[in-house]
Design a protein around this ligand. Structure first.
Ligand code: ADP
Ligand code: GN1
Ligand code: MG
Length: 351
C-alpha cells in the first residue's frame, strides 16, 4: 500500500525498511529507513477534513521562516516528483518528512532539562513568528481549542450515552461539573479579547519535540495543528504533559503527581524566548493555561468514551475513560499546589 505513495516521491521501497512508528493518537506514522531516512504519515481525514489547509499553512510558514531565520530548523514536508506536498492514492492522503538524524522523542519527562528545552522550543516558535500575520493561516480544525464547544459536545455525549457507560463514568462526570469555573473563566477571557492571537502549535505534547542525546531541543514536529490561537493552548499542553512523570495513559492514579521544579523549568524555558513578548496579563494566566488544557483534554477523552471511542486511537476497551480519570486526577493535583507555586516561585503569576 505504501509502495505506490513512496514512488511518488521517487523512493524505491526495495532499498528501504518500513516500520510503524510513534505513539500518536490520530495519524498513522511509519519510519522509512535506508541510505536516507524518512517519516511517512497518513493524514486522518476524519479529523483533518481539509488536508490542503495544512499544506498551505506549512508552506507559508516555511517560506517566512526560511527567509528570516535560515538557521531555524523547520521540518517541512518533502515534495513529490510532481512538486506536491501531499501524495494521494486509494488508501489515503500522505506526506513525507526528512527523518531528523540522531534525534529522539519521549512520552514523559524524566529530567528537568527536557521540560526546559521543550518549553523553549515552543516559545521560540511563537516568538519567531510574532510578526507573521496569524490570520493568514487557516484553521486546520475549526474551533479546535474552544472549551465552550468541547463542553457542549460533552453534554451531548452524556445525553446520548448508555446508562451503563454513564454509570462507569460517574466520578469523571461529577469532576467535570465540579470544575466548571475553568469554563466560565475561559468564556470571560474569550469575550474580553485580552489575549493576543498568536501563531500557536496547538499540540505541545512532550513527544512533539525532538531532542539530541544531551536533551537539547532540536526542533518541533507534528505541525498539523499550527494555526491562530492563544498562548494558553501551548503552555497548557506543556503543563499537562510535562508536570507529571506519569503520562496520560497511566492507570495507577497514585503515580500522577505535579512536580514543582518541573513547573519552574517549563516557566523558565518558555519565558527564555517569550518573556518580552507575553503581556503581563498572559503571564498572570500561566497556571490557568494548565488547568484549561487538562480540563479540556479530560472532557475530550470522556466524551470519546461516552461516544464509543470514535476519535482517539485506543488499544483496549475503557482506555478513554481511564485517560479521563487520569487527566482529572492531574487537574486536582495541579489545583492542590497552585497557591504554593504562585507564592514560592513566580510572583507575576496570579489568577
Ligand atoms: P502523530 O500525529 O502521530 O503524533 P508525529 O508527527 O508526532 O505524529 O510523529 C510521531 C513520532 O515520529 C514522533 O513522536 C517522533 O518520535 C517521530 N518523528 C516524527 N517526525 C520526525 C522527524 N522528522 N524526524 C525524526 N522523528 C520524527
Ligand atoms: C492528539 O495526534 P496526537 O496524538 O499528537 C490530539 C491532541 C490531543 C492528544 C492527546 C488533532 O494528538 O489534541 O491533545 O491527542 N490531536 C488532535 O494525547 O485531536
Ligand atoms: Mg505527535
Amino acid at each position: 500500500m505504501l509502495n505506490q505513495i513512496l514512488e511518488q516521491f521517487g523512493i524505491n521501497v526495495l532499498n528501504y525498511q518500513i516500520e510503524e512508528y510513534g505513539s500518536g493518537l490520530i495519524n498513522s506514522t511509519w519510519k522509512i529507513s535506508g541510505n536516507k531516512s524518512y517519516i511517512l504519515q497518513r493524514i486522518n481525514t476524519d479529523v483533518f477534513k481539509q488536508p490542503e489547509a495544512i499544506a498551505e499553512n506549512l508552506s507559508k510558514l516555511q517560506s517566512y521562516l526560511n527567509t528570516r531565520y535560515p538557521d531555524y530548523l523547520f521540518v517541512a514536508p518533502l515534495l513529490t516528483l510532481n512538486g506536491l506536498s501531499l501524495a494521494v492514492n486509494k488508501d489515503g492522503i500522505f506526506r513525507l518528512f526528512p527523518f531528523i538524524d540522531n534525534s529522539t522523542s519521549i512520552n514523559s519527562v524524566t529530567d528537568y532539562k527536557q521540560a526546559y528545552e521543550a518549553a523553549k522550543q515552543f516559545g521560540k516558535f511563537t516568538f519567531l513568528l510574532r510578526d507573521f500575520n496569524a490570520s493568514e493561516l487557516r484553521d486546520t480544525i475549526p474551533s479546535f481549542h474552544d472549551l465552550a464547544l468541547r463542553y457542549k459536545e460533552f453534554e451531548k455525549a452524556c445525553l446520548n450515552a448508555s446508562t451503563a457507560k454513564l454509570d462507569q463514568a460517574k466520578w469523571p462526570i461529577s469532576e467535570v461539573n465540579k470544575h466548571k469555573d475553568i469554563l466560565s473563566t475561559y468564556e470571560e477571557l474569550k469575550y474580553s479579547g485580552k489575549f493576543p492571537v498568536r501563531v500557536i502549535h496547538h499540540d505541545a505534547k512532550i513527544n512533539n519535540v525532538l531532542f539530541d542525546s544531551h536533551w537539547n531541543g532540536i526542533c518541533l514536529i507534528d505541525l498539523d495543528t499550527v494555526m491562530p490561537g492563544y498562548f494558553i493552548s501551548d503552555v497548557g499542553d506543556m503543563l499537562r504533559t510535562y508536570l507529571s512523570p506519569a503520562n496520560e495513559d497511566e492507570i495507577d492514579l497514585s503515580k500522577i503527581v505535579v512536580d514543582e521544579q518541573c513547573f519552574d523549568a517549563i516557566y523558565k524555558g518558555y519565558l527564555s524566548e517569550m518573556s518580552n513578548e507575553l503581556t503581563s496579563f498572559e503571564k498572570e494566566h500561566f497556571i490557568y493555561a494548565g488547568k484549561f488544557m487538562i480540563y479540556m483534554q479530560a472532557i475530550r477523552f470522556l466524551s470519546d468514551y461516552l461516544n464509543g471511542d470514535v476519535y482517539y486511537h485506543t488499544t483496549y476497551a475503557g482506555q478513554n475513560l481511564n485517560r479521563a480519570n487520569n487527566q482529572l486526577t492531574l487537574l486536582n493535583q495541579l489545583i492542590k499546589i497552585e497557591e504554593k507555586i504562585q507564592l514560592t516561585n513566580h510572583s507575576s503569576i496570579k489568577e
